[in-house]
Write a protein that binds this ligand. Structure first.
Ligand code: ADP
Ligand code: MG
Length: 207
């Protein structure tokens, strides 16, 4: 089980991972977007970290709701509302909970994906963050259904997200700024799929 203190520790690890990868994420966005994805995400998680002490004693739903609101208000771009909605949706499913287990986490990731799709209207294969999120979710559900432990479930999710990022190199962007490039977006990995993988790795390593 994961309690609210552990959730705060995981969110702090996510912030650090985004900082470490900020330049890389921005460079990826320079190739097929507008050169700001890492800057956007780092700004958002800086605000998240600053606000964590104020919500750390609250239930997991309240913590994640605050994270979502911070990301919506500070990240900007397309990814701010998308990641913000993802965290708010995950928080809505954990309202009042001081502890969560793997089943809760799998519901949260489903909700997060639903939130991204509600906001961004993208489906699989459009070269977005969903191309890492959806395979990660599927792999984690499959591993959990096989009775695997948390560590193995998260590792399976990270491996599938990484494969999803590789897949984004092979497809044309049809959503977001990268879609303006059409076929020229082929060969480049999606920044948002990459940032999701960075975040999931941080969850797995801090768990
Ligand atoms: P912007 O494109 O507005 O500058 P960012 O650079 O912060 O925003 O984020 C770009 C990322 O957002 C893309 O790499 C992609 O993964 C994601 N993205 C853009 N549009 C969508 C969408 N409609 N659905 C899902 N993800 C999207
Ligand atoms: Mg951008």
């Amino acid at each position: 089980m994961t309690d609210n203190a552990k959730v705060v520790a995981i969110l702090t690890a996510m912030k650090e991972a985004i900082d470490e990868n900020a330049q890389f994420l921005t460079d990826l966005d320079a190739a097929i977007g507008d050169n700001d994805h890492g800057i956007n995400m780092a700004r958002g998680f800086k605000k998240v970290e600053a606000d964590l002490p104020g919500v750390a004693a609250k239930d997991i739903g309240a913590i994640l709701k605050k994270v979502g609101m911070d990301l919506v208000s500070t990240v900007g771009g397309s990814s701010g509302p998308l990641y913000g909605t993802a965290f708010m949706k995950a928080g809505a499913k954990t309202a009042g909970k001081m502890e969560i287990g793997m089943d809760d986490f799998l519901v949260m990731i489903d909700e997060a994906i639903g939130g991204v799709q509600m906001r961004g209207k993208a489906v699989a294969g459009e070269k977005t963050m969903l191309d890492a999120m959806m395979p990660a979710r599927d792999a984690m559900k499959a591993a959990a259904a096989e009775g695997k432990g948390v560590r193995e479930v998260l590792d399976a999710g990270v491996a599938a997200a990484e494969a999803g990022v590789e897949y984004t190199k092979t497809i044309i962007a049809t959503k977001g700024r990268a879609s303006y490039l059409g076929e020229r977006s082929i060969g480049h990995q999606d920044p948002g799929a990459t940032s999701f993988t960075v975040l999931l790795k941080a969850i797995a390593s801090a768990y």
